[in-house]
Each structure stands twice: as C-alpha cells, then as structure tokens.
Design a binder for this molecule. Structure first.
Ligand SMILES: *Cc1c(COP(=O)(O)O)cnc(C)c1O
Length: 391
C-alpha cells in the first residue's frame, strides 16, 4: 500500500510483520535466516525468489529502513551502510573503474574530500573540483573519461545551493552519473531524484537519526545502478547493523515533525541575528539575503537546520564566543535534537589552506550552528549572552 503524504508514508510503510502480531517493528538480531528446503536455498541464492539469506546481504530491519527512505526520496531501491562514509565510498567505488574521472563540487564533507584526494588516486581514479558559483562553466571541466558528478546541496558549511534540475540535465547531456549527498536537506526537505539525480546518498547519522545515537548511511536510486552497488557492498561488507537500522527506521517516522521544528527555529534565529552589531553576516537558505534564496525556495521545502554566523573579530572572537556558550554543545556532529556549534576553520576544515577555505566561504570568524529542538528563546538567549561576553 502506498500513501500520498510524506508523513503517512514514513510512518505506515513497513516491510515486514512477524506472526507475533506486534504493532511496532521488532529487532531481528540474526546473522542468518533458515531455508525451508535445499531447493528454496538454491532459489534464493540464484535470486529466483526474494528472501533473507544472511544479514550482510539484507535483514528485515535494513529492508524496512530502505523502504521508508526510498518512499521518502522517490527512489526505486537502495542499500543501507554502516556509516555515511561507507555510502559515499560505496557509491563511487562500485560505479567507477580505474582510469575514470569524477567532477565534484568544491565544497564537500571533509572525509569525502579525503576519499577524492587521497584514496581514489591510489586506484587511478581522478577528480576535478568545480566552484558552485561557476557552475555554468562546468562543461570545461568534463574530460573524455569523466563518469560521475558528485555534489552536496546545501553545501557544508558554506550553505551554497546547486540547481538540481540544471545539474541533472548537465549530467544527462554528458552521459554522467549524478550522485547527490542529500544529508543536509533530508528527503523531507528535498528529493534530488525527482530533479533527475541518478543516485542519492545519505549519512543517516545526522537528521535521519536526529538524536545523536547511531551511525548509518544509504545509497538509493534506480535498480540498474543499485544492482552494481549492492553487489559491491554485499561482498565488501560495510553492512548496517539490524539494531542501528531499527533505530533509524523508527526515526524516519518522526523526521517530518522534527525537521519542521529544526527549520522553524533556524529561520527565527537567522532573522533575529541578521542585524546584530556583533555579526558580519548570517547565512541561511531561506533568508532573503541569501544569494540563492529563490533557488532554495524552488527546490527545498524549508531552509534546513543549519545556519552560519560570521562573527566580527575573526578567529579569536569565534573561539571566545564558543567558550562562552552555556547550553549549545561543542561537538563534531550535526542534525541532533541538541543545538551544536562548530568552528570549521580550526576543526572540520583545518586541513584546507586558508586560501582554499576562503574559496568556499569558510572565513576565520565563521561558526556553524546546527539548530536543535530546544525552545528557540533558549537558543537565542545562549547565543546572545555569549556574543556579549566575547566582545
Ligand atoms: C556526516 C556527513 C557525512 C559522513 O557521514 P558519517 O555517518 O559520519 O560517516 C557525509 N556527508 C555529509 C554531508 C555529512 O554531513
């Protein structure tokens, strides 16, 4: 049965129910599954009939999670992975071969940058970075051996937006596989496959879990591509544990209400601080001052849960400000019910040179706020006090 609305789908789509008549999905902590007969085992191994064989291949809990996220993304099928990075790596490693070339947006998650610059070159897979602001000239970056485009939108932490419809047409015109890491937006805010992306990846660790508990990842798309990804993942082994899959499938049921509140809080905070005397710029996709406000409005339901604030006074001020926060946590995660602050220049993006950072908009005074689900007045109050104390 399928449902028209996101919320209902996320809650009511369930892959399996046991003969125990449970209302809430149980956890299937079983490495393998029993065959009725030698013939049934043969048929399942031959892919002639569906069914669980071994939890590295599939498990009722991972299948349940994949069904829920596929319904949310509008994708045909998928693979779940032990972490977001296993999903980023798998989406590339499974579909690329020695001698291939990837065209990627310059602003990428730190570990994805390491994959492109340090891991894939060992296997003869090259990359070129394109600037998001210069996307109209990306055809100059395509080489005869280019096979894939890999992007994130909104970008981290610059919050630059890539026009999904444009880049999908571009990928098709050049016969390239378009992969979109949709972790920041979540399937509730943005569905890249509906704009033409061929593969959608997730770190489910972030908003899909939403409470900072488990790691997980997803690779989703059309069956013809996912079949290759599934082969690669099944035989290399970065499978998601049934317990984590169960946590993530449960979290999918509350994704819409949580994202509504993350976004509502974030917009209020962005509006509140946009004219603050302590802040140079506030960046948020749904603030009219965002350079790509119209595009954000076109392809996202709301602006997301991440804001960046560039404080007056550079690095010193940013660090002083962070140390004065009472409630907001300093930790290396995002998309949690608890608000989190990060100083990208000295942490997540410290491996880039200052010039490289400036190029993707990571100024020394920039802090990234992952807006949580606390009462918005308490978040604003904490920021305001720390701004005053760090002057
Ligand atoms: C966190 C993150 C990842 C990596 O996910 P893990 O679950 O930490 O492995 C990849 N892409 C983006 C955009 C992320 O925020």
């Amino acid at each position: 049965m399928s449902y028209k609305n996101f919320e209902t789908q996320a809650i009511r789509i369930a892959d399996s129910a046991s003969d125990q008549r449970e209302h809430s999905a149980p956890i299937y902590l079983s490495s393998s599954f029993v065959f009725d007969s030698a013939e049934q085992a043969r048929q399942m191994f031959a892919d002639e009939i569906p069914g669980n064989i071994y939890s590295r291949y599939a498990n009722p809990n991972t299948s349940d999670l994949i069904s829920k996220v596929c319904a949310a993304e509008g994708t045909e099928t998928g693979v779940s992975t032990a972490s977001g990075m296993a999903a980023m790596f798998g989406s590339m490693a499974a579909l690329l071969s020695q001698g291939d070339h990837i065209l990627a947006s310059r602003s990428l998650f730190g570990s994805t940058h390491q994959l492109l610059t340090r891991v894939f070159p060992k296997w003869g897979i090259d990359h070129t970075y394109g600037d998001i602001v210069d996307i109209a000239n990306w055809d100059k970056l395509v080489r005869p051996n280019t096979k894939m485009i890999f992007i994130e939108t909104p970008s981290n932490p610059g919050l630059e937006i890539i026009d999904l419809g444009y880049i999908a047409d571009f990928a098709n015109a050049h016969n390239l596989i378009l992969v979109v890491d949709n972790c920041f937006a979540t399937p509730y805010l943005q569905q890249p496959a509906k704009w033409g992306a061929h593969i959608v990846t997730h770190s489910a660790t972030k908003y899909i879990d939403g409470q900072g508990r488990v790691l997980g990842g997803l690779i989703l798309g059309k069956k013809e591509l996912i079949d290759d990804v599934q082969f690669f993942m099944r035989h290399t082994g970065p499978s998601l544990s049934p317990f984590n899959a169960w946590v993530l499938a449960k979290s999918m049921e509350t994704l819409a209400v949580r994202m509504d509140r993350h976004c509502e809080n974030a917009l209020k905070i962005a509006e509140y601080f946009q004219h603050s005397q302590d802040i140079e710029t506030v960046k948020y996709p749904f603030l009219p001052s965002h350079p790509q406000y119209d595009l954000a409005k076109k392809q996202m339901r709301h602006g997301g849960g991440i804001i960046t604030l560039t404080l007056k006074g550079g690095l010193n001020r940013a660090q002083k400000f962070i140390d004065q926060l009472q409630m907001i946590t300093v930790t290396a995660n995002l998309g949690d019910s608890r608000s989190i602050i990060t100083h990208p220049a000295s942490t997540t993006h410290s491996k880039l040179t200052e010039e490289e950072r400036e190029r993707v908009g990571i100024h020394n005074g920039l802090v990234r706020l992952s807006v949580g689900l606390e009462h918005v007045d308490d978040i604003i109050g904490d920021i305001e006090k720390a701004l005053v104390l760090s002057r």
